[in-house]
Design a protein around this ligand. Structure first.
Ligand code: ADP
Ligand code: VHF
Length: 367
């Protein structure tokens, strides 16, 4: 099986603070990716930079903040961005394709299946698929905003072997290195803990949006989906190769999980939980260890309004999220049977189809 690499390049690596594309940078990245493709890797690109490329063309003095101005800038900039990539890859006889997605697309299994089939065909034909958010139709509340999350979802979708998030800083530091020169770098992160989140700050430049925080979010989604992640700098010829060999200038986020099905990806990262179940220690341990379903006896309390078939979040007694699953009972049924051993449950409720509150096949662990 060919190795599949998803590379995400942030606005800060492609544009200047004054706006406009840096064509040299685009050629450099195309050269790096072309050399990976020549070595037999399948390469997919997630690129930002549409807003940053377009705002100056329109005549805005700086990166716009108002939604419709950002969308207008993106509509102008996306065409410029693609033109620049197309020319740069053409120098290596490699074709490119544009794929614009929104968060709503990822919520629909049908749309994602279609996107997936398109991508598979492009890869078979040796074309580099180039993704960005479809900014013109994305509304604020539903936007990815930064492309870090998008790149993680794409990496999971195509079951990538690696996600490389290229930015203007050589990895995750103990504090934002722009304002803390003494900060030290994490070369490797085995597990994304609260401490890791605590050190990851916002964007450092006026063109970037998510900062390290959204990169750590992305690393969490991808590593949960079995895709290892690198976050750092790729700025010299050969850097992409060194990065894949484990010698990159940045932070490596490890994973010990195997790739997730599309259903579990949706459950974990795109579904909208309508309630929470707080479970006892025994249930928590069984769910985390894997292989066990959640039974009524482990449920301590219930919050929110939901029906059988809805997605709920499962929390420990400390209210930390353990995972998400599809619940088999309505909220009012669950109020009656919570805490009860299974043989008592059948006496309390009539016409039960399944004993489990959440079946293990409809569960994803997020701890
Ligand atoms: N702990 C941290 N370690 C490294 N960089 C950090 C940290 N906290 C915040 N940052 C900032 O994150 C920025 C990179 O994110 P961003 O500006 O969104 O770039 P991009 O456009 O590549 O997505 C860095 O320039 C840096 O200033
Ligand atoms: N879709 C937007 C991405 C916005 C953005 O700045 O993202 P990033 O630089 O990855 O933090 C664009 O192309 O401008």
């Amino acid at each position: 099986m060919m190795q599949r690499i998803v590379v995400k390049i942030g606005s800060s690596s492609l544009t200047s603070e004054e706006g406009g594309l840096n064509d040299k940078a685009i050629s450099f990245f195309a050269d790096e990716l072309a050399s990976l493709q020549k070595q037999g890797y399948q390469v997919l690109l997630v690129t930002s930079g549409a807003v940053a490329a377009g705002f100056r063309k329109i005549g805005y003095p700086s990166r716009p903040k108002v939604l419709h101005e950002k969308q207008a800038a993106a509509a102008v900039g996306q065409a410029l961005l693609m033109q620049s990539y197309q020319e740069a890859f053409a120098a290596h006889n490699i074709g490119t394709a544009q794929i614009l997605l929104t968060r709503t697309d990822f919520g629909s299994r049908k749309r994602m299946n279609n996107a997936n089939m398109t991508v598979e065909e492009l890869l078979r034909q040796g074309i580099v698929p180039i993704f960005n958010e479809n900014d013109t139709v994305s509304v604020d509340e539903l936007k990815f905003g930064d492309n870090d999350t998008l790149s993680a979802l794409v990496a999971n979708l195509v079951k990538a072997n690696y996600l490389i998030i290229v930015t203007d800083t050589d990895g995750l530091y103990s504090a934002d290195p722009r304002s803390n020169p003494d900060a030290t770098r994490f070369d490797q992160v085995d597990e994304i803990t609260d401490e890791i989140y605590a050190v990851a700050g916002g964007a450092g430049s006026s063109v970037g949006t998510g900062g390290m925080r959204s990169k750590v979010d992305a690393a969490k989604i991808a590593t949960r989906g079995g895709v290892p992640v690198f976050v750092g700098k790729v700025s010299q010829p050969g850097d992409m190769q060194l990065t894949l060999q484990g010698h990159g200038k940045g932070t490596y986020f490890k994973t010990h999980l195997s790739s997730l099905s599309m259903k579990k990806q949706w459950l974990g990262f795109l579904s909208n939980p309508l309630g929470s179940l707080i479970v006892d220690r025994g249930a928590e341990e069984a769910l985390i260890a894997g292989g066990s379903s959640l039974l009524p006896v482990g449920v301590k309390s219930i919050e929110g309004h939901f029906h059988a078939g809805d997605v709920v979040e499962v929390l420990g007694l400390d209210r930390q999220t353990i995972g998400r699953g599809i619940v088999n009972y309505d909220e009012d049924q669950l109020q009656i049977i919570k805490g009860l051993p299974s043989k008592e449950v059948v006496n309390k409720l009539e016409g039960i189809h399944r004993l489990e509150v959440i079946h293990r096949d409809e569960w994803i662990s997020l701890k």
